[in-house]
Design a protein around this ligand. Structure first.
Ligand code: SF4
Length: 254
């Protein structure tokens, strides 16, 4: 298994945090918990009644081993279409990369009714409602974290998280009950948090790619490492279960 980035380790585990075991990571369409975001959302419902204009639910199956955490829906992206990273530039790079590394299949056409399916992966946002100028306040991030915590807690096969940007990283780390200083953000870095590996990338926004902060090659390299990690994890699990089966069969014969 390539180990290009050293993995920092923390002792906390999502399984040690009872708050993570709640069963619902989905806010209602009219979630009122962030008044500023609710007002912004309602304003866009009036301006663009054909848009989704509601908290955007996670995309992908709960039994996936990989969770990708973004910042928040883009105004004309997920807020318009209702599917994370669908309808703006960030999704073009993200979904092309997921298809390349086997985490998605089908055709991505930037619409929720395209044929795209995620494979062993799920996508969510740290903040579920579109914020003005793509900037949620710290309080809004804190408030919406309950839904992220529940999303992580309900994914029983989860093995890896990719955080897109520092805000997504910090809220994911906090959601898992770990101090931010124990698992700092670094593009291309990896932290072990209990039984999970947390990978970091700069956010795949148009701004970051236009300014050269993130190149497609840099982004691909993060997902190549995630793919290697999950493949190695699966091989280790298969070997362990085969050893267990052999030991069981020897035991049953003796
Ligand atoms: S951002 Fe999250 S907590 Fe805040 S109103 Fe939207 S769904 Fe509710």
């Amino acid at each position: 298994m390539p180990m290009s980035a050293p993995m920092a380790t923390t002792t906390n585990s999502r399984t040690e945090n009872p708050a993570l075991l709640r069963d619902s990571g989905k806010p209602g369409r009219d979630c009122p918990l962030c008044p500023r975001l609710a007002a912004f959302r309602n304003g866009w419902r009036k301006r663009e009644p054909g848009w989704f204009n509601a908290p955007v639910a996670s995309f992908g199956a709960k039994d996936a081993r990989l969770l990708i955490v973004g910042l928040a829906p883009g105004l004309q992206g997920a807020n318009r279409t209702g599917r994370p990273f669908t309808g703006d530039y960030a999704g073009d790079l993200l979904y092309a990369t997921l298809i390349e590394f086997g985490f998605a299949r089908g055709v991505f056409a930037a619409r929720p009714d395209d044929s795209l399916e995620l494979v062993d992966a799920r996508i969510t946002n740290g903040v579920r409602c579109v914020p003005p100028e793509n900037k949620p306040t710290p309080q809004e991030i804190n408030t919406c974290r309950g839904f992220l915590t529940a999303t992580i807690g309900e994914m029983k096969n989860l093995r890896a998280i990719v955080a897109l940007g520092r805000v997504a990283h910090d809220t994911a780390v906090t959601a898992m009950g770990v101090r931010k200083s124990a698992a700092p953000f670094k593009h291309g870095g990896r932290n072990a948090i209990g039984d999970l590996a947390l990978f970091d990338s700069y956010h795949c926004s148009r701004y970051n790619t236009n300014t050269g902060v993130l190149t497609p090659a840099m982004f691909h390299s993060v997902f190549a490492e995630v793919r290697d990690y999950l493949n190695a994890d699966q091989s280790a699990s298969s070997s362990a279960s085969q050893s267990g089966a052999k030991a069981g069969s020897i035991t049953s014969r003796t």
